[in-house]
Design a protein around this ligand. Sequence first.
Ligand code: NAP
Ligand code: F7E
Length: 338
Amino acid sequence: MSTKSALITGITGQDGAYLSQLLLQKGYAVHGLLPRRSTDTLWRLRELGVDRDVRLHDGDLTDLSSLIRAMEASKAIEVYNLGAQSFVGSSWQQPILTAQVDGVGALNVLEAVRIVNPEARFYQASTSEMFGLIQAEMQDERTLFHPRSPYGVAKLMAHWATVNYRESFGLHASSGILFNHESPLRGIEFVTRKVSDAVARIKLGKAKELRLGNIDAKRDWGFAGDYVEAMWLMLQQPQADDYVVATGITTTVRDMCRIAFGHAGLSMDEHLVIDPAFFRPAEVDVLLGNPGKAKAKLGWTPKTSLEQLITMMVDADLRRLGAVKRLEPERLPGSRIE
Ligand code: NAP
Ligand code: F7E
């Protein structure tokens, strides 16, 4: 039997790294789109020990010709569009770039699939940010959207383009409406990783305070390693569809932060400073997902609690920053077992 081939845009990001690891474990040939950067962006793939096992193709989501070439060279039968300007905060400063990469970029990938291999299955990284100003206490696949940032608006375009290519051209195109998911590989600008990094620094005497914005915001946080399994499951279904992927539990930034400080034996109240610089022009106050459809149809359930997730992240940052005394076992969850 010939090896299945998958193409991942955003392969150097948090989810791209975990998905690469998962697909390699399943025997896929994993290809990734690599946008030109002046700095090294392979650290996550390296940290999971898979950087030498993936094949990278020069390309950018805003350059359709490079996507067509990557589709042709990879012979992908599954395409995961994870690439994005994914930081909500930056989307107010770079709204046009965000629209071009996150909105038009997804359309470019759909076009590349349609032109090169319309039989290939397509996954779109949709987001709970599309719910924004929530229209139901618990959000599911039928909840109305009301995005609150240029990021949410751009992602909504990509989401509807995915539905439209499914309905117009019969593509096997699915959207995963994923709620916040985190890991030790999360970018430092996102709140969980900002907290875990700061807690580790404070613990090691390298910093004194942590400055945050709106700590009353509530998020439904899960572990990225669990969530990439749902992406893969969506593309194994006979029919393409849209699925909410979430834990069904929501927690304030304040309580998430308290878990992190508590794990390191520190008092949050002694170190946390509220800084208006980190408040957003429009906030998504609360998100809470209903993963019922993903459970029923994909057989997917989250495996990692928020407590496990945050302690794993604090421990990883302590280790990175050179802690003598470790608070966790040697290996990062999800890293390669020799
Ligand atoms: P991430 O860590 O920020 O990774 C984003 C990836 O996109 C990086 O590999 C980045 O490459 C790449 N990228 C950025 N601009 C690009 C361009 N113009 N052309 C090609 N690639 C480009 O994001 P993530 O957390 O892994 O999230 C994966 C996807 O899921 C994103 O689409 C995100 O919007 C969406 N999502 C995330 C969450 C979450 O909680 N993590 C929830 C719902 C949806 P560089 O690093 O070189 O810029
Ligand atoms: O903010 C509040 C902030 O930046 C979470 C992306 O992956 O998930 C992510 O978007 C909350 C917000 O994630 C700080 O105001 C307080 O209410 O970690 P975040 P996000 O905006 O929810 C969705 C699902 C995606 O799709 C996105 O790609 O925390 N908050 N103080 C802060 N947030 C940050 N970043 N920094 C602070 O200092």
